[in-house]
Design a protein around this ligand. Structure first.
Ligand SMILES: [Ca+2]
Length: 263
């Protein structure tokens, strides 16, 4: 392959799906000395577990990926990268698009998984700009984080959620502000499908609660200025999901309440 480019399986731009019983193989082997290969997935949708993508740095497996979780950006420092896409005989999705760039590394041994240093003499190949792609039939929040910036609003899983979902909403209220969340409808497959609420920008933040089943979760408040909500489901049985309403209390408002004397 050349020093930069892109490839895909299936067509996430249209309604085309990848094929069943496929084994596709891409090898990126630049002739650049100390080549550092950076691969970025622009979109990703495969059947969880059964249709998967493996990415190798030389002969070392970086990871195996499936479902709707975009693997993001992966880096190979061994001089070659191999991408293998295996599918089984049933259930197809839109597949993926990926682009790669090759830069010349410093020749220093890079620790595995660390970010590589940007050497002064590196040649960075301009990245090809791909359009933002969406997969038909999959809610946008289940493809990329849906960002909510109004001071109040609602969001929903839709009238039913999807299998193998990883849907994400981020309410960004700003520093000092608080976010209050109230569910108005809630129906998740008990134990197998969950809604997670975090007090912070992502799922590494403190967990405010995780909920399954059909009881309405309590009203929750995030005090960090951001609230992250995630819906995950397994590969079978999808129910009604949820509708939720949120409102933001500004830093000033939160502060004035804080200094009020207790009753
Ligand atoms: Ca399920």
């Amino acid at each position: 392959m050349a020093a930069s480019g892109s490839f895909s399986a299936g067509s996430v731009l249209g309604s085309n799906l990848y094929g069943s019983n496929a084994e596709c193989n891409w090898e990126i082997q630049p002739s650049v000395p100390n080549a550092v290969i950076t691969l970025t997935f622009n979109s990703f949708a495969t059947e969880y577990v059964y249709d998967h993508v493996q990415v190798y740095d030389g002969s070392r497996l970086i990871g195996q990926y499936s479902g709707f979780n975009n693997p993001g950006t992966l880096t190979a420092t061994s001089g070659s990268m191999t991408v293998i896409f295996d599918t089984d005989g049933s259930v197809e999705h839109g597949g993926f698009t990926a682009q790669y760039t090759v830069t010349q590394g410093s020749g220093a041994v890079n620790p595995i998984n660390s970010l590589y240093p940007e050497p002064a003499n590196s040649v960075v190949v301009p990245q090809q700009q791909l359009p933002v792609v969406t997969i038909p039939g999959v809610p946008s929040a289940c493809q990329q984080i849906q960002r909510l910036t109004s001071t109040r609003g609602s969001f929903s899983s839709g009238s039913t959620y999807i299998d193998n979902a990883n849907c994400r909403w981020l309410i960004n209220a700003g520093a000092g502000a608080q976010v209050q969340l109230q569910f108005r409808r809630f129906e998740m497959e008990d134990f197998y499908d969950w809604v997670w609420v975090y007090d912070g920008p992502n799922d590494s933040a403190p967990l405010a609660g995780k909920y399954s089943g059909s009881s309405l979760p309590p009203v929750m408040t995030a005090t960090s200025g951001m609230m992250f909500v995630k819906l995950t489901s397994d590969s079978s049985i999808h129910l009604g999901g949820f509708d939720a309403f949120y409102s933001v209390m500004s830093a000033e408002e939160a502060n004035s309440r804080r200094i009020q004397p207790s009753p």
